[in-house]
Write a protein of this length. Structure first.
Ligand code: ATP
Length: 300
């Protein structure tokens, strides 16, 4: 099956600035793909190229196996810059205007309002909407043509936590309905919550492409007194190379069955074990390692 998105050696230069370099990106059918990177990494530039809003300097783009062109616009919905709506029209009327303009079936308006959970407020003027509602209306607009692929640039940017949660839940629902979603984000936690796979971009380069499960391989966090003695004991059990120290804690790359044994070993050695638990996936560490100046930008 052809992938919804496939780029090869995609590159964009602005004069002396190379915004995107040699990007090979594949988004698979039905997944939520998170394009993760700090500000200025080249995410927006990439999404704009995919949508044909700007021309690549070199490289190729295939959407559903075809060269981008007007014919695929029906299959791709996008939310890329803050959508422009009329403040004095209701949310529903704004969508009607857009549907007419885009040649979408006007019956879709009610459907998409329901999908983004805005049916109750659809009669209110857009100008009275909260940021979160505005963003949901933007999402509704992107869904008018019932696209198979959604491209969303920082869809939760600027929203309060409740607004973010709403948008994330909506995106997850859209994917569960069989749509493919490509979204950009600079938030690790967000990508971890809603994405199936992540491409990390740093300074215009894709530094890593992983499943969220891979990114999330958890470790064991240990705090014990005195820490150097604990480290020595654990090293003898699992090997020094599977221990990292960070502040007052040790992070161990080990399996669940080792947890009670490590605990017993430390306690028997007379050490005070203050904490011993599986830590939450440390995406941030991975992210910093992959994108930090000390990391190998070509690491996979
Ligand atoms: N029209 C332009 N002219 C010149 N440089 C540009 C232009 N658009 C983007 N850039 C540069 O390209 C690089 C990548 O920018 P881009 O907006 O794609 O990053 P981003 O990852 O989306 O970050 P942000 O979230 O801050 O938008 C930056 O160095 C930016 O300054």
């Amino acid at each position: 099956m052809t992938s919804p998105v496939e780029t090869s050696a995609l590159t964009k230069r602005y004069g002396p600035i190379t915004a995107v370099t040699d990007l090979d990106l594949t988004v698979r059918t039905g997944e939520v793909y998170g394009f993760l990177g700090p500000n200025g990494a080249g995410k927006t530039t990439t999404l704009r190229m995919l949508l044909g809003l700007i021309k690549p300097t070199s490289g190729t783009i295939r959407l559903f196996g075809a060269v981008p062109g007007p014919h695929y616009l029906d299959r791709v919905g996008a939310l890329i810059e803050g959508p422009a709506f009329y403040p004095y029209l209701s949310g529903r009327d704004n969508l009607r205007v857009l549907a007419a303009h885009a040649g979408a079936d006007s019956r879709r308006v009610a459907t998409v309002l329901r999908i983004v959970d805005l049916a109750d407020r659809a009669g209110d003027r857009y100008g009275t909407y909260s940021l979160g509602m505005k963003q949901r209306l933007g999402l509704a607009a992107a869904l008018l043509k019932d696209p198979a692929l959604l491209i969303l640039d920082e869809p939760t940017n600027g929203l309060d936590p409740a607004g973010m949660a709403d948008i994330r839940a909506t995106i997850r629902r859209l994917a569960d309905d069989g749509r493919t979603v490509l979204l950009s984000s600079h938030l690790l936690g967000e990508v971890q919550q809603i994405c199936d796979r992540v491409g990390m971009i740093s300074a215009g380069r894709l530094v890593s492409q992983l499943s969220v499960a891979e990114l999330s391989s958890a470790g064991l966090r240990v705090i014990a007194d005195p820490l150097p003695a604990a480290r020595e004991r654990v090293a003898a059990m699992i090997g020094a190379d599977r221990i990292t120290e960070d502040g007052d804690a040790l992070y161990l790359d080990t399996t669940d069955d080792m947890v009670p044994r490590i605990n017993a070993e430390l306690v028997n050695a007379g050490l005070a074990v203050r904490e011993l638990h599986r830590c939450e996936p440390d995406l941030e560490r991975t992210f910093l390692e992959l994108t930090g100046s000390g990391g190998d930008p070509h690491a996979h």
